[in-house]
Write a protein that binds this ligand. Sequence first.
Ligand code: 6PG
Length: 465
Amino acid sequence: MKSEFGLFGLGVMGKSLTRNLANNGFTVSMFNRHIKGLEEHVAINFKNEHTELTNALAFDNLEAFVKSIQTPRKIMLMVNAGKTIDYVIADLLPYLSKGDTLIDGGNSNYKDTKERSLYLKSKYIYFIGVGVSGGEEGALKGPSIMPGGSKETYDAVAPFLEAIAAKDKANLPCCTYIGPEGSGHFVKMVHNGIEYAEMQLLAEVYDILRTNENTPTDIANILESWQPLANSYLLEITIDILRKKEHNEWLVDKIMDKAGNKGTGNWTTIATAELGVPSSLIASALFARYTSFYKSDRVQLNTLYNKQTTKPSITTKDVYDAYQFARIINHHQGIKLIAVASKTFKWHINLSEVARIWTNGCIIRSSFMEELVEVLRETDSILNHSAIVKQVNLLKPKVNNAVAQCVLAEIPIPCISESINFFNGLTTANSPANIIQAQRDYFGAHTYQRIDDETEAFHHTKWIN
Ligand code: 6PG
């Protein structure tokens, strides 16, 4: 008996996806490498731990693993992104047959996905790059899945991916064909960028509220009171985190304030710069993590500059309004980045569908995301939609005040403050970029366009005699 699907790599995500596939009635072959003393008998031990894996086939021998799968084979790779994927592909190739499909389910760089797909095409192997969001629990119970590659390849693996995906409110799978090449991994990368900013916004909210002398439990209670209007997975987990105690003390107070990262926020920031899209909250969130990492510098400069943080004179409602405003800007910027990439690379991405598959299973699922499914049916620019215009107009005065008060109180709020700066820039009809153009022309003869010349011709001036 050969199995229907192969899963290569039994790390946290690979294990959860394997169980998810088995729970959905698929027969699975699973493989994990054998490293003496480090990773021994991983697949067989895993099979023995879970009753749903009774019919699964477990291997640490690559050839036997590949041969145990029905042809044309479908093998999902759940290994670390980067060079490891290439090594795994090289190891697998000798055993694969023409027409087999490899599915990369890791957080791979979208440019690598395109190259791998071209390389494998030359070997008559299909390749699809699949973003998977939801962490360990999502992978087990239903993640959000973002597949990119050729439509035919997607159609071949769709029955598996759609079965294991989370379901939206209409019970449709949170998995949809994104587009060709590395578009699936691009969309997952932007998902993570939005995730970085949403996480940072909650950290800033926490910072403001704790400076206003709220305990972690008080803050959890405040965030809980926001749930009816602004629920999200990240808000939910932050409430749990703030309530967690160890030996009667809040655990959050014991956690070192140095944020790590695995690189996807970095890539999103590079992509947004390369594509000329000002997704500035993602960059601000990334740089806030980097700043946090300079712990010893922060401690030293705190003393050197005798930093005195004071209580900001803002209400909890103002904090909520500022948070919601910044979230609108964050989603606008992230979606804009996908829209521009889609146009630039001719991917034809359906933005409303992207929002739909992000309504469940993934880390950035939220009630606002559900609203965006409708908004993005009408426009690809969130800030242009009449329902959003109404919300922004109501929130704007509050965010102005919140930012001003936090600056006076010396509380760093890089993402909230960037949201209003970006918005003020984007709503300025006459920007000061005329000065930039003049400077460029002055020192580098880079030329400029004139508002009194309808031909849009480029001019150069000899600035000094
Ligand atoms: C998800 C997460 C997942 C992972 C990130 C964390 O959608 O399930 O985004 O991909 O948690 O890689 O990224 P950082 O380590 O960079 O925060």
